[in-house]
Write a protein that binds this ligand. Structure first.
Ligand SMILES: [Zn+2]
Length: 293
């Protein structure tokens, strides 16, 4: 499932062709995504301009000139692709002409920039929803999300306060979107390895009894930021379905230190450990028992 760096990569790919452009036509080929698209979906977009393209955790937020926000989630297998209209060379070499309607292209946006943006999703766990911008604060999808890990509101103090007294594992705490938003299995494993913290450690142990951050919390916050920034720079990780909207693949999977590396040598300098896989809360965790304490 795409995590924050993959969604941010998609956002950056869509921004140049969508931001400031108008939806000239919206095609809905299949409206039964994770939940049904509203009946007036195309009507609420057509003729409206995009005034901003943001991201909150794993959600893309498209601000519209109507005052609405289009909220989009990639689900398990969703992807966006950008094509240019026949004969329009303005969008650069990455944008292929769209030969025909592809299977699983459920939603197609025709933009006044000349771009055609398709949303393709074989498994249909992705979703799109339109809400008034003024109601975004109470929108259930985003209202309870914790701080953005790359934003100013996220630091060792907020993370420690959120983990104070928590008897769950550190891994489970970091996957909890109310504690920090946008992390998934891959980047939690990678961040814990860089911070040299065991995924099995109790979440409470990164805070003092009164909820102040200790040195582990500082290390963890730094590691989360470094991993996410490095992954965004690499265009995300291309496992299974993730591709950038221009069709290029993200390359961060080549920089994994523990994820999917069971049985391989730990890459921490001076460590002689071997990467191990365990199952926590039904999901694989990869870590090095030798240097992650
Ligand atoms: Zn190690």
């Amino acid at each position: 499932m795409p995590e924050l760096p993959e969604v941010e990569t998609v956002r950056r790919g869509l921004e140049p062709v969508m931001d400031g452009a108008r939806f000239t036509k919206v095609e809905v080929h299949r409206g039964d995504l994770r939940w049904p698209l509203p009946k007036d979906f195309a009507r609420r977009l057509q003729g409206k301009s995009v005034t901003g393209l943001g991201r909150r955790a794993k959600y893309l937020l498209v601000d519209l000139s109507s005052g609405d926000v289009l909220i989009m989630h990639l689900g398990m297998s969703g992807s966006f692709h950008v094509f240019r209209k026949t004969g329009d060379k303005a969008l650069g070499r990455y944008y292929h002409e769209r030969a025909q309607h592809a299977a699983h292209d459920h939603v197609v946006f025709h933009m006044s920039s000349g771009a055609i943006v398709t949303f393709n999703d074989p498994r249909r766990f992705g979703s799109m929803k339109i809400v008034p911008r003024s109601k975004l604060d109470v929108e259930p999808l985003v209202a309870r999300l914790g701080p953005e890990p790359l934003g100013n509101a996220f630091d060792a103090a907020t993370l420690a306060a959120a983990c104070k007294g928590k008897k769950t594992s550190l891994k489970a705490a970091l996957l909890d979107q109310r504690i920090v938003a946008g992390l998934g299995n891959i980047y939690v494993c990678e961040a814990l390895h860089r911070a040299k913290l065991s995924p099995k450690r109790l979440a409470a142990t990164i805070a003092t009894k009164d909820g102040k951050p200790n040195e582990r919390a500082e290390r963890l916050v730094d590691a989360i930021r470094v991993v996410l920034n490095d992954a965004i720079k690499a265009g995300g990780s291309s496992l299974r379905d993730h591709k950038r909207p221009d069709g290029e693949i993200g390359l961060f999977q080549h920089h994994f230190r523990v994820y999917d590396r069971e049985g391989q040598k730990c890459v921490t300098p001076g460590c002689r450990g071997t990467v191990k896989r365990i199952v926590q809360n039904g999901r694989s965790t990869f870590y090095c028992p030798a240097c992650q304490k």
